[in-house]
Write a protein that binds this ligand. Structure first.
Ligand code: S3P
Length: 450
């Protein structure tokens, strides 16, 4: 049985305040680090989405006890050598590249064979980007033509590494950072800028870490074999999930939205910088710092005069998961918007650049593509009346939610497949979108959408 939804009414003007569930990147990191701490950790507002639940199940299979309490998740770590495994083990990462790649870093000292598996989409993604550097520590790792299943056989004789991370991938950087905890001596990483949640958590856990920053790269040094204690963490709201609502509000008529308590770490707020350059009125209020992470309430209102953008490549990494919705804003902008060097988008849960171009063309927007660069010819007066079917997007949660925003903002009669995909990152998506007034029909079908 496949589930799909129908949207055939544009969103009406709204003035609302909403809350968004916990940040996915931070949630996965708190679970993994708590599993390696000594003693009890309490994680409040943990995102209860499939990617994070799979992280909990994985640490459970590694012998770590965890419990859901009324207000928090309790995780009982047993230190850096605390995973208990009898014989071979399979770990299932579901749809999550972050989980599969980061947990590999924590397995480099386990003297048993552990196999990492994933769903259909994750099994198509490249793992050599993490297995190559992790092998340098001394672990034996094999893959299926660079893809899952990946088997790792750790070692008791590890060495620290020197590693250059050139993709701007926080997953690669973080996998090596987690592995460095297990190796004696100092691991040195030169990493192209990417989200820095792992660094901030290491600092707040007093793990010996030194960071020097330049405009384009961070130089990180971590001294291994230092146990750390269990901790409390309150996970802030997710800016990536918020982005669907930021863009919906921008594109809607005469609407205003406040999104409470969202993580606005500078390595994540590329979308806000980009949208402001396009003329959006977005502001952060009630800004505060929590364990190094900036948090704020986001204020946004409709914009009837969107400008095109020549998007600086330096913002690619800090907006990496938000380009799908940024493209929708470019579709409504006056003039031609240019985005460059977005090859990494095609390495996500689905080939997002290819799929976004197809969806934009489907709604009548001209897109010029030259390899990983695109130009979007905006139509400020875009109004859709036709039928639009969105399917074959590898159940990518973000493609599904982007399509919902497009339907509500542009009009037309939409059928969007795989509504269950929201469970990957944002199970409350429908609840929140209904609270701002969206009218959605749920359908169940036995056969494929036409
Ligand atoms: C993530 C990093 C990003 C992002 C992903 C989450 C993380 O991937 O796309 O959704 O939590 O580290 P890359 O680091 O591979 O760019």
């Amino acid at each position: 049985m496949k589930n799909y939804i129908e949207i055939s009414e544009k969103i009406e003007p709204y003035k609302k305040t909403i809350c968004i569930s916990g940040d996915k990147s931070i949630s996965i990191r708190t679970v993994l680090l708590a599993s390696q701490a000594i003693g009890k950790s309490k994680i409040y507002n943990l995102l209860e989405a499939e990617d994070v639940i799979n992280a909990l199940k994985c640490i459970g299979k590694l012998g770590i006890k965890y419990k859901k309490k009324r207000k928090y998740f309790e995780i009982n770590g047993c230190g850096l050598n605390g995973y208990k495994i009898k014989g071979k083990k399979d770990l299932y990462a579901g749809n999550s590249g972050t989980l599969a790649r980061l947990i590999l870093g924590l397995l480099i000292n386990i003297n048993k064979e552990i196999k990492i598996l994933g769903d259909k989409s994750l099994s198509k993604r490249d793992f050599s980007r993490v297995t190559d550097p992790l092998r340098l520590f001394g672990a034996v790792i094999t893959a299926n033509n660079k893809k899952l299943p990946v088997k790792i056989f750790g070692s008791s004789f590890l060495r620290p590494v020197k590693y250059k991370e050139n993709l701007g991938s926080a997953q690669c950087k973080s996998a090596v950072m987690l592995a460095s905890l297990k190796a004696p001596g100092v691991t040195r990483i030169k990493a192209k800028k990417s989200r820095d949640h792992t660094e901030l958590m290491f600092k707040s856990l007093k793990i010996p870490i030194k960071i020097k920053k330049t405009k384009t790269h961070d130089f990180i040094e971590i001294e291994g074999l230092n146990n750390f204690r269990g901790f409390n963490y309150i996970v802030p709201g997710d800016i990536s999930s918020s982005s669907f609502f930021i863009v919906l509000t921008l594109l809607a008529n005469k609407s205003k939205l406040i999104i409470k308590n969202i993580n606005v770490n500078k390595t994540r707020t590329g979308i806000v910088e980009i949208l402001k350059k396009m003329g959006a009125n977005i502001s952060f209020k009630n800004k505060r710092l929590y364990k190094g992470e900036a948090t704020a309430d986001i204020f946004v209102e409709s914009c009837s005069d969107i400008k095109s953008i020549n998007c600086p490549e330096s913002l690619n990494s800090s907006a990496i998961d938000e380009f799908l919705v940024i493209f929708l804003v470019a579709a409504k902008a006056k003039g031609v918007s240019t985005f460059r060097n977005l090859g990494e988008l095609n390495k996500k849960e689905s080939p997002r650049l290819d799929i976004a171009v197809k969806i934009l063309k489907k709604i009548g927007i001209k897109v010029l593509r030259n390899k990983d660069n695109i130009k979007i010819l905006g139509q400020p007066n875009l109004i859709l009346k036709k039928k639009i079917i969105i399917k074959d997007f590898k159940k990518d949660h973000r493609v599904f939610m982007m399509s919902c925003v497009a339907a509500l903002a542009f009009g037309g009669k939409w059928k969007i497949n795989n509504s269950d995909s929201v469970k990957t990152s944002f199970p409350d998506f429908f609840k929140v979108i209904k609270s701002v007034g969206a009218k959605i029909n749920w359908k169940k079908i036995k056969k494929k959408l036409l």
